[in-house]
Design a protein around this ligand. Structure first.
Ligand code: SF4
Length: 403
């Protein structure tokens, strides 16, 4: 068997470690690569591919689509999938140093923090099929990848089931990267480790923000969207415009899930057996198949309870079929405690800057006017011992004992 870098892969094992230092691999930074990219970095690095040779495409933009994706797109689809063609084109035509491989994973399921409390953690079907869908635009007349000396690969991967991932990646990548199963297993473990470490780091940062809000009695804003709304070309940085007015922003994907905090917010409902655990969403969402959707619903539950989240921004993309049924439930959950709810739907390639500016001004007005009242109302619904205020209480006690 001839691999792309000219070595013969023998069937005999074990073999010495492969030198993959010369391989350059591009990954389109689209869809759920936004929530799993640390896995792919950890996986590839463990296989000996250096960090500088792991190339992610840029953030989505109209220019990227115009320059690299034109004529190769898909019709009748949501904008985040349409935007993929620009990412593929940029990796093929827009690199100073040529890539050897483009790897665009077909992510079937996701490693959600809600796993075990929902029926499934699947990706949207458009996320699963997006790579194949867009690949067609680069192969329908002739193979653009091969013409440019690039091997295209699209591993199907059930990321919610770590036990099956090594075999899935081995089957798809063994010839592309001259892999052995044992090293694939090791690399998959390394990938999950990196992903877990990254998620924990960001959750810890989110907790620090929430602690600051509690200590200073200041409001913050939670974004309810899909991970790829963090892409400035998909979410249009609407939350950044609000942050510029001094309101800290958090994303639901990285809310802290420490037990003390969850017990404070959900403990009474667990004790009353209304829910099985703080991460249970069966009280508000019974068709819990989609990972991102489940997390959005859970984020709404967190926001409506947490006192210092006084406003929720709901982001959604043009022609997103998955989001449609969630609009009313998320709004009702969030507004149940008077928390402000603002939706930016049908986000497309163009940032409607004027409209966003006016709405941001409106949101800022409401935040300034109602936040104190919302915080007091929500605090009254919770037990008195907020874990985020313990540090403040300790330091106050220490300073009064010194007096
Ligand atoms: S969840 Fe919505 S925006 Fe995302 S890929 Fe599916 S249909 Fe498109």
């Amino acid at each position: 068997m001839q691999t792309w870098f000219g070595k013969k892969a023998s069937a005999a094992s074990p073999r010495p470690p492969k030198d993959r230092s010369g391989i350059r691999i591009g990954i389109p930074k689209v869809l759920n690569v936004w929530s799993t990219h640390q896995f792919w970095v950890g996986f590839l690095r463990d296989l000996g591919i250096s960090s500088e040779n792991i190339v992610f495409s840029s953030d989505s933009s109209e220019e990227q689509g115009r320059e690299f994706g034109k004529g190769r797109g898909t019709v009748d689809c949501c904008y985040p999938v349409k935007a993929i063609s620009g990412h593929y084109g940029e990796l093929v035509f827009g690199q100073k140093k040529k890539l050897n491989i483009i790897m665009s994973p077909m992510i079937y399921s996701l490693p959600s923090f809600l796993r075990g409390h929902v029926s499934e953690t699947l990706s949207c079907t458009r996320v699963m099929a997006g790579p194949e869908n867009i690949k067609a635009g680069f192969m329908k007349e002739r193979d653009i990848f091969a013409e440019n000396g690039i091997q295209y690969t699209s591993p199907f991967v059930s990321m919610a089931e770590p036990d099956v991932v090594p075999n899935q990646l081995y089957d798809c990548l063994k010839d592309v990267l001259d892999l052995e199963l044992a090293e694939t297993q090791h690399a998959v473990e390394a990938g999950y480790k990196e992903l877990r470490a990254f998620n924990k780091k960001i959750r810890d940062e989110s907790r620090k923000i929430l602690e600051w809000c509690a200590r200073e009695n200041k409001p913050c804003v939670l974004v309810l969207g899909r991970p790829y709304h963090m892409d400035p070309g998909i979410g249009h940085e609407i939350e950044g415009d609000l942050q510029a007015h001094g309101y800290p922003i958090l994303w639901l994907q990285y809310l802290p899930i420490d037990q003390d905090l969850l017990d404070w917010l959900f403990g009474e409902e667990v004790q009353a057996k209304k829910i099985r655990s703080p991460l249970d969403i069966s009280d508000v969402w019974t068709s819990s198949n989609s990972s991102n959707t489940n997390e959005i619903l859970w984020g709404a539950k967190f926001a409506t309870r947490f006192p210092w989240i006084t406003c929720v921004l709901r982001l959604s993309s043009y022609e997103c079929g998955m989001d449609q049924p969630t609009y009313t439930p998320t709004q009702k959950i969030v507004e149940a405690t008077g928390t402000l709810f603002f939706k930016f739907g049908d986000l497309d390639s163009t940032k409607p800057a004027g409209g966003i500016k006016i709405r941001i001004e409106t949101i800022v007005h409401y935040l300034a006017k109602y936040s104190d009242r919302i915080i007091q109302k929500k605090l009254a619904l919770l037990p008195a011992d907020c874990p985020l205020l313990k540090e403040k209480e300790k330091s106050l006690a220490a300073s009064s004992s010194q007096d």
